[in-house]
Design a protein around this ligand. Structure first.
Ligand code: SF4
Length: 462
């Protein structure tokens, strides 16, 4: 059976039309001439015209509510992207870059316009892998070592081409890894922007570390006030944190439903929702709405028999998802009935933020900042990496762990031997996929498929 969906089915066509409509809104605001100028200056905007191709791959053979939700999440992705492009232009004099490990709540509450630098390094390989590879080469040719992770290499490539909107200043951190940190030395130099680095302590779950980080955040606020017209508005921060709490409550409800067999939703629907609306745009009513909708879809899906009726294997994905092959799970759902029910980037133990005082808000945010994606598992003692992994495996009754062994991620490459040993002792089938997150020339999609197929046949007996 072909993995191409029937593109004439009503669900695909409806969501494809809605995506095009959303993109066309950019022609009205900021207007056709301005958008044309923006596309010329930032050609990556064009990549989003390919979103329907990505949607068709992600929909795969999915049917019913699961297929509908795949369309919905992609459409929300397009909405969010269009808003980012519009705001990047509309509020250019208030634009601040932030690293993906520095969540934007504080910047937003200060009346500034946050722009996550790594956003494009994550999204470009998914929609236009060749464009991502061109940028990787740019960075390498400029001297960034070829063994640096391709995610920060894409950011540097964009900066070298001046494809990033100029910021007033930059806030970043000493996390999650050497490659990520090094890229900001390039970015700072290329855009001559004042840069503040938050320092994350090693044992970041300790009380003293949280107190230390609260002070770091106060310094960050002072830095932003010194270099931008933004001023801290604690009432606005309270509103942002309360909105964030509402979204987290919905997401927890969704996670509970994912324990159900067959899972009502899964894979890209879960991690794309989290990436865009919990990490990129937290604390906004529109993001809360997305999680509310996902909960509603999951409930409907459970009532109609689950997302993948023929769910034979439940997968826990460790490490960031395979961005050069984002449809890996719609493919594995069809080939093996294997669906992903939870992943490392999505799962977290972020607290609800106590919004009673500025100090309690900073305390809650400090924990969220420190336990950002990847860093929460790949920084600090090794238990931070394994404890959650085995907890999720049991909590979500997964049959196998797939480690997306991105070759540029030295933090996690260093743990592969230990991971193998620990899984063997627990009798958990482990697949390590050798590949590169953003560069399909290292291992192609077919190469990934081959590894998965071999594992499923020989180890899982599929
Ligand atoms: S994938 Fe690994 S190497 Fe790349 S930015 Fe994340 S932690 Fe760093």
């Amino acid at each position: 059976m072909s993995i191409l969906p029937n593109k004439t089915d009503a669900t695909y066509l409806r969501w494809a039309a809605r995506n095009l409509l959303r993109i066309s809104f950019l022609g009205m605001d900021p207007g056709p001439v301005r958008i044309w100028q923006l596309v010329k200056r930032y050609p990556w905007i064009n990549a989003f015209l390919k979103v329907n191709g990505l949607m068709s791959r992600l929909m795969g053979i999915r049917t019913g509510v699961y297929r509908e939700t795949t369309g919905y999440i992609l459409n929300q992705f397009v909405r969010a992207f269009a808003e980012i492009v519009r705001d990047m232009d509309r509020y250019s004099e208030r634009l601040v870059w932030h690293e993906d490990l520095v969540p934007p709540e504080v910047i937003y509450a200060m009346g500034l316009n946050p722009f996550m630098v790594e956003m494009l390094g994550i999204v470009l390989p998914m929609v236009d892998v060749a464009e991502g590879e061109r940028l990787i080469d740019e960075a390498e040719n400029a001297g960034l070592p070829p063994d640096t992770c391709t995610l920060p290499r894409i950011s540097v490539g964009l900066a070298l081409k001046k494809y990033l909107p100029p910021p007033l200043c930059v806030v970043t951190s000493n996390s999650p890894c050497d490659g990520g940190m090094t890229s900001y030395a390039f970015l700072e130099d290329l855009y001559h922007a004042p840069t503040f680095r938050l320092a994350l302590p090693y044992r970041y779950k300790d009380k003293a570390a949280i107190a230390y980080y609260v002070e770091e955040m106060k310094k960050m606020i002072a830095f932003l006030e010194a270099h931008t017209p933004g001023r801290m508005n604690w009432d606005r921060l309270r509103a942002v944190c309360e909105e964030r709490n509402r979204a987290v409550a919905y997401e927890l409800e969704l996670w509970d439903m994912l324990r159900h067999k067959p899972a009502p939703l899964g894979s890209d629907v879960v991690y794309l929702g989290h990436l865009a609306f919990a990490l990129l745009l937290p604390g906004r009513p529109s993001s809360t709405e997305v999680f509310k909708h996902l909960v509603d879809y999951a409930r409907q899906s459970m009532q109609s028999g689950g997302g993948l009726a023929d769910e034979r294997y439940r997968v826990l994905l460790w490490n960031p998802p395979t961005m050069i092959f984002p449809d890996i799970f719609s493919w594995s759902e069809e080939e093996f009935g294997a669906t992903m029910v939870m992943d490392m980037l999505t799962f977290n133990r972020h607290p609800f933020i106590d919004t009673s005082t500025p100090e309690t808000m900073l305390h809650g945010l400090a924990q969220i900042f420190m336990q950002g994606p990847m860093a929460q598992h790949t920084r600090g003692p090794v238990e931070y990496f394994f404890d959650d992994m085995f907890f999720i495996h049991e909590h979500y009754s997964t049959d196998t762990i797939w480690m997306a062994g991105h070759i540029g991620c030295k933090n996690t490459q260093a743990l592969l031997g230990m991971m193998r040993e620990k899984c063997r002792r627990r009798n958990i089938p482990l697949l390590t996929i050798d590949y590169d997150l953003g560069d399909s020339r290292v291992v192609s999609k077919d190469g990934i498929k081959e590894q998965v197929t071999m594992f499923m046949k020989t180890v899982m007996g599929a």
